[in-house]
Design a protein around this ligand. Structure first.
Ligand code: APR
Length: 186
């Protein structure tokens, strides 16, 4: 499903983010940019060791990436697939919802899109940040993710397409339902 907003299109895809032909893909990273499991592991495997080296250079400068913030690196071997940048953002760890988790998650999406505009990425893909190892409930996360992306695409010029790439069928189905609700409310 896709939804056309003022400056760009939001599209939902069931698939693997490392296989998307977009300018930038977003990684659900950790504060140390160490690589991990889930989508982080898949991105590091696909990009190769150069990505880890670049991440460590960033950490030498900033020590840690705070939850909700975003930085970018090049895409290592994924360059061959047409991907130019990886935007790394750290989602909130779910602790019941009253510890600022919704605000942090929203900032992940908005800051990643701001960074994409700054580096000139016109197409980008997001995973469902925080809904794996970090335990954020999928439906709540979908509302925040899609509302933030839609709002950014209504307000700012620069990104032509944002793809939400959902690896698990049930996460895709939840996002689809949420987008239908949000889209019809427009
Ligand atoms: N493409 C797209 N989405 C994927 C892929 C993939 N190749 N692999 C996994 N996912 C999905 C998961 O199914 C989940 O819905 O990404 C979503 C986010 O899950 P995680 O990768 O576990 O990310 P998160 O919950 O934000 O936890 C981050 O996990 O890997 C570590 O280093 C990472 O510590 C950090 C933490």
């Amino acid at each position: 499903m896709e939804l056309r907003l003022k400056y760009g299109t939001l599209r939902l895809v069931h698939g693997d983010i490392t296989e998307q032909r977009v300018d930038a893909i977003v990684n659900a990273a950790n504060s140390r940019l160490m690589g991990g499991g889930g989508v982080d592991g898949a991105i590091h495997r696909a990009a190769g060791p150069e990505l880890h080296r670049e991440c460590m250079e960033i950490i030498r400068k900033i020590v840690r990436l705070e939850h909700g913030n975003a930085v970018y690196t090049r895409a290592g071997r994924m360059k061959e697939r047409g991907i130019r940048w990886i935007i790394h953002t750290v989602g909130p760890v779910w602790r019941g919802g009253k510890h600022g988790e919704p605000e942090i998650l929203e900032r992940c999406y908005r800051n990643s899109m701001k960074l994409a505009r700054e580096i000139g990425a016109r197409t980008m893909a997001f995973p469902s940040i925080s809904t794996g190892a970090y335990g954020y409930p999928v439906e709540k996360a979908a509302k925040i993710a899609l509302s933030a992306i839609m709002d950014e695409l209504e307000k700012h010029e620069g990104i032509d397409e944002v793809r939400m790439v959902l690896y698990l069928r049930e996460v895709f189905d939840t996002q689809l339902e949420t987008l239908r609700e949000l889209g019809s409310g427009n």
